[in-house]
Write a protein that binds this ligand. Structure first.
Ligand code: PLP
Length: 414
């Protein structure tokens, strides 16, 4: 497939999983140049929770460009950033009693994580970081160094003072002892200043933490003067039902990293929400050229106004998640006698099969049936269902049917 094979770096990955040349996209569907349409249960790795080319947001973007509005603004004041900040405050922060300020950062999740770690160190004077087995926080040097698992792929080795605690699905007393001890211990001679976790792990296998444990993290981190960072890059912005995946627990994070779907349209954008009392940055201390994507501010504000002015989307996402997991459970029952595990919440769900090779084969068979779906989790053995949260029910059932067929095809041939 020229010119990709001759000119593009060997690091390219998803094109090997889905060797089509994509041209157009709409909602839950992406279509190749030959006109073949695929149902997209990967949704831009979670950046397209509101679907491809969401028509409401496309109109906002077109109008923004037609009107000659500012596109790039660093962190100067603009009309669209004002509208975004109002929407974030009125629709997300205030209703959840979060007294936080918004820090715009360079446009990737990893940058948000870097900023969060830097601020935590700045505030506490302590450099070591605690994370979790299965955590994934991005590919910048430091973010990769605190990512304990790369779903079975090669990873950069751990750097600096970092320790991964075991993931906690169902809390027992020992988990609390381990956490308490880790928060107060030193790692490579450094004291712990931050604990970072994804309330529901994405790359780690669509795994929600025990909400009781999240509350314990908050309580113990406060005792030890440790900053709590919630990485909501993948699970946030409504992916698990509520706007933040930690809702329903007492995690009460100090810093929340948000990216991926925050623009609503898949545009590059990331922000950190920072507890007001911890916002100790001095002007320009953490900077970046692409912190002012006004097209993304405009679509984000409209996304928040459209989907987060009431509780309807949250409910719709939860209902769809129930459908997904009941299908996955039926597949697990039929093809493994129930030994495969089903995990997740909202529209971040996974089916852990017996091996990474089997999961790969199922994804390949799904692609042959025009369904895009990817693996995650330990050994890459979990098939992750990450369809847009706004997917219509016919498409959802259609895609789940294709997944069922893919499993049947692969298991009957083995
Ligand atoms: C939870 C989480 N944090 C951070 C990142 C990194 O985001 P980005 O790829 O935009 O740097 C990801 C990406 O998948 C993620 O899932």
């Amino acid at each position: 497939m020229q010119p990709f094979e001759s000119l593009e770096s060997g690091v390219r990955y998803y094109c090997r999983r889905w060797p089509a040349l994509f041209a157009t996209a709409s909602g839950s569907t992406i279509t190749d140049e030959a006109g073949v349409s695929y149902l997209d249960f990967f949704a831009g790795a979670g950046a397209l929770s509101y679907g491809h080319n969401n028509p409401v947001l496309v109109e906002v973007a077109i109008e923004h460009l037609r009107a000659g509005k500012v596109l790039h603004s660093l962190d100067t004041f603009t009309e669209d950033k004002r509208r975004f900040l109002h929407a974030m405050h009125d629709l997300i922060l205030e209703p959840r009693s979060l007294d936080m300020v918004v820090q715009t950062v360079g446009p990737t999740g990893a940058t948000a994580v870097e900023a969060a770690l830097t601020l935590a160190q700045r505030v506490t004077g302590k450099r070591a970081v605690l994370g979790y087995d299965g955590g994934y926080h991005g590919m910048s040097y430091r973010a990769a160094s605190i990512s304990a698992s790369m779903a079975g792929r090669e990873t950069v080795s751990h750097l600096g003072a970092f320790r991964a605690l075991p993931f906690v699905e169902h809390m027992v007393d020992h988990d609390l002892e381990l956490l308490d001890q880790a928060l107060s211990s030193t790692i490579d001679g450094e004291q712990v200043g931050a604990v970072i976790l994804e309330p529901t792990q994405g790359e780690g296998g669509a795994r929600p933490f025990d909400p009781a444990y999240l509350g314990a993290v908050r309580a113990l981190a406060s005792v030890h003067d440790v900053v709590v960072i919630a990485d909501e890059v993948q699970a946030g912005v409504g992916r698990t039902g509520p706007f933040f995946a930690f809702e329903g627990s007492a995690l009460d994070p100090d810093i929340i990293c948000v990216s991926k779907s925050i623009s609503g349209l898949g545009l590059p954008m990331a922000v950190n929400l920072v507890r007001r009392s911890l916002d100790r940055w001095t002007p320009g201390e953490f900077t970046g050229t692409f912190r002012g994507n006004n097209l993304a501010f405009a679509t984000s504000a409209t996304m928040l106004e459209t989907y987060w002015s009431d509780a309807e989307q949250e409910k719709a996402t939860e209902d769809r998640g129930v459908i997904v997991r009941s299908h996955l459970s039926a597949i697990a029952e039929e093809f493994s006698g129930g030994s495969w595990a089903v995990r997740g919440n909202g529209m971040l769900s996974g089916l852990e099969v017996s091996s990474g090779d089997l999961a790969d084969a199922i994804c390949d068979a799904a692609f042959a049936d025009q369904l895009i779906v990817e693996t995650c989790g330990a050994g890459g053995a979990t098939i992750k269902v990450l369809a847009p949260i706004v997917i219509d029910l016919d498409d959802l059932h259609d895609g789940l049917g294709r997944l069922h067929r893919a499993v049947a095809t692969v298991t009957s041939g083995s």
